[in-house]
Design a protein around this ligand. Structure first.
Ligand code: SF4
Ligand code: SF4
Length: 454
């Protein structure tokens, strides 16, 4: 069989390996998500199709890793077919519930309009009926709930009641139940955290902190301008320190939203987290600020600038002992918007197929509002972004030429259709991450060698 080099690989700049005096490159297969280090000569053989100069064992290994593939294969079709198959086979029903239209914070980049509305009993009942209908129609083995806002914890009693009912529902339909919450962290006291983990079965908690106090408070203040950093940070410390004493397992992530205004606060935040010994208790990551139906992205970095900054933060995190998550996983399903049944429901009972639509006024009365659980006579069965895979094949977006597609999935259909380019930082720095990974491995080897020699 004639073979060719897959186009779904990312390759680092060449580096000199002092351990065996060879020039090498590191290669990441986005189809199979594995890492190979090649001597530069071997890599050139692969690029030039001189496979007769490689050993049989290496060829076998590279076929298994989908780095070498049949010459006749149309790889874009393979990847899109895998995505379509994953959608057909998907056994996880995902719902995002936004139980409150209110949030205590007044972040400048937020695209939502907050109002004093919480999900009431009649809407809760209709949501349960709607989810049960979906569980009846199709065989799912997981019910997965994302609590999002406004600020979800400002409707805590509704979250509690609904969670208990949803857990019962998942049992009734033999489904595994999973849940996560994205919160500003201001009301996340230790007592609430314990209820969230033990009773509401939430296993992933994400808190946003936009840098050290000076930077965070400048943008994530309350609606009347009061600072929030100290309270959120106090909550973070107490919940992170209590993880070990809980029955259930829980992951706590801190996300730092970054643009030109708070970039200098990231490094300070990492140092403060380390001072509190949180570096191995939480997952930390940064995210660039994007348009939320508004102009928030205008103060963001270019993709390349952001990619370079991220490498600096990762190096600092490595030095400080944070967990590093350098490489992306397979992403056959880009997000809920392309799934058949998954939905977002807001506090008024409106339902949507994309998380960025609720509470954003420009989308009111548009096709993005699929219906309302209280009034099933007016509903829209058209989901805006379900043609995304076909549109990739039809060359509407750059994803059809991009080696990142198997691990990125196209990132965010909404952004593409609105004319923005949502490529993640990996597209701009994965080669550097491969080198960083090598550096870390080498340092570990050298440390091991030092232990044996001295
Ligand atoms: S389309 Fe974009 S914003 Fe909407 S759910 Fe998907 S990733 Fe999120
Ligand atoms: S969103 Fe960007 S990085 Fe992702 S597949 Fe499309 S072009 Fe590539």
């Amino acid at each position: 069989m004639k073979l060719k080099l897959s186009k779904y690989i990312i390759v680092s700049e060449p580096f000199y390996d002092g351990l065996d005096n060879k020039e090498k490159v590191v290669c990441f297969s986005t189809r199979f998500q594995n890492i190979y280090t090649f001597e530069i000569e071997t890599y050139n053989f692969l690029c030039n199709g001189e496979l007769n100069l490689l050993t049989k064992d290496l060829i076998k290994e590279l076929i298994a890793a989908e780095i070498l593939i049949p010459d006749s294969e149309d790889e874009l079709n393979t990847i899109i077919n895998r995505s379509n198959a994953a959608l057909n086979d998907n056994k996880s029903l995902y719902y995002v519930i936004q139980p409150s239209a209110q949030c205590q914070l007044g972040c400048g980049y937020c695209g939502q309009t907050h109002r004093d509305a919480k999900i009431d009993d009649s809407i809760q009942q209709k949501i349960l009926e709607r989810i049960e209908e979906k569980l009846k129609k199709r065989k799912y083995n997981e019910l997965s709930i994302g609590w999002f806002g406004g600020e979800p914890l400002s409707a805590f009693s509704s979250m509690r009641r609904l969670s208990n009912e949803l857990i019962l529902l998942s049992k009734k339909y033999n489904c595994n139940y999973t849940a996560k919450v994205i919160t500003n962290g201001l009301a996340l006291t230790l007592d609430k955290f314990k209820v969230i983990v033990n009773e509401l079965k939430i296993s992933n908690i994400e808190i946003t902190i936009d840098g050290s106090d000076k930077y965070h408070d400048e943008r994530r203040h309350t609606k009347n301008g009061s600072p929030t950093f100290n309270q959120i940070f106090k909550n973070l410390i107490s919940i992170s320190n209590s993880i070990e004493n809980l029955n259930g397992s829980v992951n706590i992530s801190v996300r730092c939203n970054v643009d030109r205004r708070n970039v200098d606060g990231v490094s300070d935040l990492l140092i403060i987290l380390k001072e509190q010994k949180l570096q191995d208790k939480i997952n930390f990551y940064c995210a660039p600020i994007h348009s939320w139906g508004n102009d928030a992205h205008k103060l963001s970095f270019t993709h390349q600038e952001y990619g370079d900054l991220e490498i600096n933060w990762l190096m600092q995190m490595q030095k400080l002992g944070f967990r590093l998550n350098l490489f992306p996983n397979s992403k056959p399903i880009v997000c809920m918007t392309v799934e058949k049944d998954s939905e977002v429901i807001d506090a008024y009972g409106n339902y949507f197929s994309c998380t960025e639509i609720p509470y954003v006024d420009i989308y009111n009365n548009t096709e993005h509002v699929l219906g309302n659980v209280l009034n099933q006579s007016k509903k829209n069965t058209y989901r805006s972004y379900t043609n995304f895979h076909n549109d990739i094949i039809d060359d509407k977006f750059d994803c059809n030429k991009c080696p990142m597609l198997p691990v990125c999935g196209g990132s965010c259909p909404k952004q593409w259709y609105e004319g923005n380019i949502p490529c993640p930082s990996n597209k701009f720095n994965l080669g550097k991450k491969l080198l960083l990974h090598q550096l870390i491995l080498r340092n570990e080897i050298i440390e091991e060698l030092k232990k044996t020699v001295f």
